[in-house]
Each structure stands twice: as structure tokens, then as C-alpha cells.
Write a protein that binds this ligand. Structure first.
Ligand code: HEC
Ligand code: HEC
Length: 270
């Protein structure tokens, strides 16, 4: 994972997010139990949706690093097949042209009564919030706050105004709200922004909003390559599109100082 950065920012984040230790315990637990999957209660639509997602990537057992880019909540819900139930789950990738996962991205939710909850991505870019740890009131606003790396692999830091340093984070916010769908990938699909055309070849729309990514075209943010140390693997890249048709993307990215106060997690538990 990323080199430990001695900063109050890290400490703050460690306390404000779902402890990663828990995720590790969860993996061990899954391994110990042989990852039994419980058959779902009769819901043919759900069953079909789950079947359509296919099997696991070889070498990646079910756990926090599996199925990046997939709609987590389809399986991890009351009607799904798993013990772990999620209210929200998804994956953050580096850019529009790869499925490189980005670690240490804060995914910050604000619900309709002003409660906020922050969770952090792991090395394949996955994050989730279990149903036990938060019961948000939909609709939700969401934004991703990602670290910024120099070419030499160091993370950009800035003054915290108190004589210390903190990480620079860039923020990308979703302009619309999540009205009830906890799986980002139901809208943010791995098929990317490939144009959909009618019989005459005229573009009539786009296949999806595309996957969630940090770097817009032309951004220089050198996310480290986690592939040797990460227990998960990115989904096979099917040559999605890097088309710039997601036009608004670069303009909605703004550097901020990640004012620490706004990320405090007031959700119950966590
Ligand atoms: C196709 C169904 C499916 C999808 C999609 C899916 N999972 Fe899972 N996941 C499972 C199954 C089955 C298990 C086995 C353990 C269980 O029953 O919870 C599991 C286990 C886990 C566990 C360990 C839970 C435990 O109690 O041991 C985590 C964490 C997890 N998944 C995270 C995710 C995330 C994050 C996503 C989305 C990026 C995701 N999963 C997508 C089916 C799925
Ligand atoms: C109901 C469909 C839907 C769901 C579910 C959804 N999104 Fe979005 N998202 C969109 C659409 C459409 C856009 C582009 C327009 C906008 O910003 O509203 C978008 C934009 C974004 C952007 C800004 C992208 C940019 O280029 O500036 C981020 C970040 C984002 N979503 C994150 C998430 C996360 C994280 C989740 C899951 C927790 C999620 N979204 C769930 C539809 C969805």
C-alpha cells in the first residue's frame, strides 16, 4: 500500500473512516469459513442480475478486494446472496483509459438530513459502507477526495495552518444525487462512455456515465502502481473509451485544501 505518511491528516482519516483493520479481519474470516454463499430468497430478477456478473477473478477470493467496478449492493443486500449487507459500495479508478484502482480515496457522503459519512478506498479502488454502520436518509450527495502524487511517487503535502503538514486532496463531486441506489456501478459502468448510435450512425446517447475516475484527460497525477502488493486485481480492461464526451469532467475537478472539519463522520457507528 502507500508509504505511511506521518501526518495529522492520516490520523484524522483513520479515525473518521471505517477501520481498515476490520476489512482485514473480514478477509481472514471469509477465508476461514470457506466463503460460504447463502442462496438468495426467491427473487428471479435479483438472481439473474447476480448471475450476469459472472464468477470471481482467478486468485481473488470473495472479500474487500473482489469484483472491482461491479455493483456491490446487488449481491450485498437483503435480497442478495451474502451475509455482509451494504448500503453503499463501489470502486474508484485512476483515469478514463485504465482500470487502475486508486487507494486512499475518501468517499464522502452527505445525506438529506446533513449526516456525513466517509469511507476510504483500498488498493483496487473498492470501498463500501455496511448496512450495520450507517442508515442514511436518501437522497445522498457524494464526492471523492483523492491524493495527489508527484512524478517521483511522493504525495503532495501542504501546510495545515497550524505549523504542520497535511495531504493535498483533489475533490470531484457528483452533480446530481443518489436517490436510492447504493451501487455506484449501476450507473457508473465499466463499459465507459462509449457512444450509442442509431442505425444511421447518429449518436443518440452514451452507454453509461462511465466508471468513477480521478484524473481527467491531461491531468498529471502519478498514482502509484499497486499491482504487485495489492491482493485484488483490476477487472479485465475491455478497451472502454477515453472519449472526451464526458465533457464536464475536467471543469468539475478542483483542488481544495480538504478542510478537515468537513469530513468528520457523524454517522452512527462506523
Ligand atoms: C456477484 C455477487 C457479488 C458482488 C457483485 C460483490 N460481492 Fe462481495 N461477496 C460476495 C460473496 C458471495 C461473498 C462471500 C461472503 C459473504 O457471504 O458475505 C462476498 C464477500 C465480500 C466481503 C467479505 C464479507 C465477509 O463477511 O466475509 C467483502 C468486504 C466484499 N464482498 C466486498 C465487496 C465489494 C466492495 C463489492 C463491489 C466492488 C462486492 N463485494 C461485490 C458476492 C459479491
Ligand atoms: C443513479 C445513477 C448514479 C449512481 C447510483 C451514482 N452516480 Fe455518480 N454520477 C451519475 C451521473 C449521471 C453523473 C454525471 C453527472 C453528474 O455529476 O451528476 C455522475 C457523476 C459522478 C461524479 C463526478 C464525475 C466527474 O467527472 O466529475 C462522481 C465523483 C460520482 N458520480 C461518484 C459516484 C459514487 C461514488 C457513487 C456511488 C456511491 C455514484 N456516483 C453513484 C450517476 C450516478
Amino acid at each position: 500500500m502507500t508509504p505511511a505518511t506521518p501526518s495529522t491528516e492520516r490520523a484524522r482519516r483513520a479515525s473518521a473512516t471505517i477501520p481498515r483493520v476490520l476489512a482485514v479481519l473480514v478477509v481472514l474470516g471469509a477465508a476461514a469459513l470457506g466463503a460460504v454463499s447463502v442462496p438468495s430468497c426467491a427473487n428471479p430478477v435479483q438472481d439473474q442480475a447476480i448471475a450476469a456478473l459472472g464468477g470471481e477473478l482467478s486468485g481473488v477470493p470473495p472479500g474487500p478486494f473482489h469484483r472491482p467496478g461491479q455493483p456491490c449492493v446487488v449481491c450485498h443486500s437483503e435480497n442478495g446472496t451474502t451475509k455482509l449487507q451494504m448500503v453503499l459500495g463501489g470502486t474508484v479508478f485512476a483515469d478514463l483509459t485504465s482500470f487502475k484502482g486508486v487507494t486512499d480515496v475518501d468517499v464522502v457522503f452527505t445525506d438529506s438530513i446533513g449526516q456525513t459519512m466517509t469511507t476510504t478506498t483500498n488498493c483496487v479502488g473498492n470501498f463500501y459502507i455496511s448496512s450495520n454502520s450507517w442508515s442514511p436518509k436518501f437522497p445522498l450527495a457524494v464526492e471523492v477526495r483523492f491524493p495527489v502524487f508527484n512524478m517521483d511517487g511522493t504525495e503532495q503535502m501542504q501546510s495545515d495552518g497550524n505549523g504542520g503538514m497535511k495531504l493535498v486532496q483533489k475533490v470531484k463531486a457528483m452533480g446530481s444525487v443518489i436517490s436510492r441506489d447504493g451501487s455506484c456501478a449501476d450507473c457508473h459502468k465499466l463499459t465507459g462512455r462509449a457512444p450509442r448510435t442509431d442505425a444511421s450512425g447518429t449518436i443518440i446517447g452514451y452507454e453509461s456515465t462511465g466508471w468513477i475516475y480521478c484524473n481527467a484527460v491531461g491531468d498529471t497525477n502519478y498514482f502509484p502502481d499497486n499491482s504487485l502488493t495489492c491482493p485484488g486485481k483490476p477487472p479485465p480492461f475491455t478497451g472502454g473509451t477515453s472519449s472526451t464526451t464526458g465533457a464536464s469532467s475536467s471543469s468539475s475537478t478542483s483542488a481544495t485544501s480538504s478542510s478537515a472539519s468537513s469530513t468528520s463522520s457523524t454517522g452512527a457507528g462506523g
